[in-house]
Design a protein around this ligand. Sequence first.
Ligand code: XMP
Length: 310
Amino acid sequence: MFDAKTFIENSLEEIRKTVGENRVISACSGGVDSTVATYLVHKAVGEKLLAVFIDDGLRREGEPEFVVRTLKGFGAKTKFIDAKKEFFAALKGKTDAEEKRKAFREKFYSTLGKAAKEEKITYIVQGTIKADVIETVQGIKSQHNVLSQIGIDPEKYGYKIVEPLRELFKPEVRMVARELGLPPEISERMPFPGPALSLRVLGEVTPEKIAVVRKATQIVEEETKQLGTFQNFAVLHNDKATGIKQGKRLYGNIITVRIVDSQDAVTAKAAQVPYKTLRKIAQRITQEIPSVVRCLYDITDKPPSTIEFE
Ligand code: XMP
C-alpha cells in the first residue's frame, strides 16, 4: 500500500541529497505533476529553487495567471518567461503528431536551458511520472519530459535532472498533493498534457487555431464541471465542413468533444454524458465561436483510441 507521508519524507531527503548546495530550476506548467514536483523541491531546498512558468501560448484560458499565482503562493522564487512567438515559430509547418511533439520538446528544453544558463543553474526538476516513462519507452508516444529513459542524454542540454515523481502513477501523485496540504484545485486538477493545446489542434498549429480550441475547451470545461470525469476537452479538426452561419453557407471548423472516465489514463472509457449537456456544449461552441459549424462527440474508448488525438 502506498503511503504518501513516508513517500514525502523519503523524497525530501533524496532531493536534498541530490541537489546539495546547488541551485535548481523547475518549469511548472500548472498540471498536477509539475506542480507537486515543484512544491516538493521548494519544500526540500527553499530559496535554492527558481520556479519558472514558460508561456508557450498553448495554455488554457486563464492558466498562465493561475500558475504564477500558485507558485507565488508557495513562496517560491518565480520567473515568468514569455516564449509565445518562439513556440509558434517552432511549430510552424509541422503537421505530423510526433513531429509536433518533438518540436515542442526541443523548444521547451532550449527555453528552459537558456533560463537555466542565464541563472547559472544546472539542476532541473521534472514532474515525470511512471506512465510517461512506460508509454514513451513502449513507443506509444514520446512524452515531452522523458529524456534519459529513451537514451537522450540531458547533459546534451547541459543539465542534470531531478524527478521526484518518477515511480508514481497519477492517483499516487494526487495522494501526495493532498498529504502536502495543497488545495483541491491542484490535487484534483484534471490532467493536461505538457504540449498543451498543440495536441488538440490537428494539423499545423497557428495562434488563430489555438484561440479557437482554447475557447471551445473553456466551454467544455464550464459545462462539464459537475460530471466528475477524468478528462474533458475539445479538439479542433484540420478538415472543414459545410454549415450555415447568419443565414449564409460557411465552410467552417469542426470541433470534437472528448470526455473520458479513467483511473490512470492507461485505459479510458468514453463517458456517458447526459444528452442535454452535449446539446448545450454544441450550441455554445457553435454560437460563441464564429468559425465553428459542427460539433461532434467522441464515443471511442482507449484502446483502441488514445485519450488525446495526437
Ligand atoms: P493518451 O493520449 O496517450 O494520454 O491516451 C494519456 C494521458 O497522458 C496525457 N498526455 C500527456 N501528458 N505530455 C504530458 O505531460 C504529453 O506529451 C502527453 N501526451 C498525453 C493525456 O492528456 C492523458 O491524460
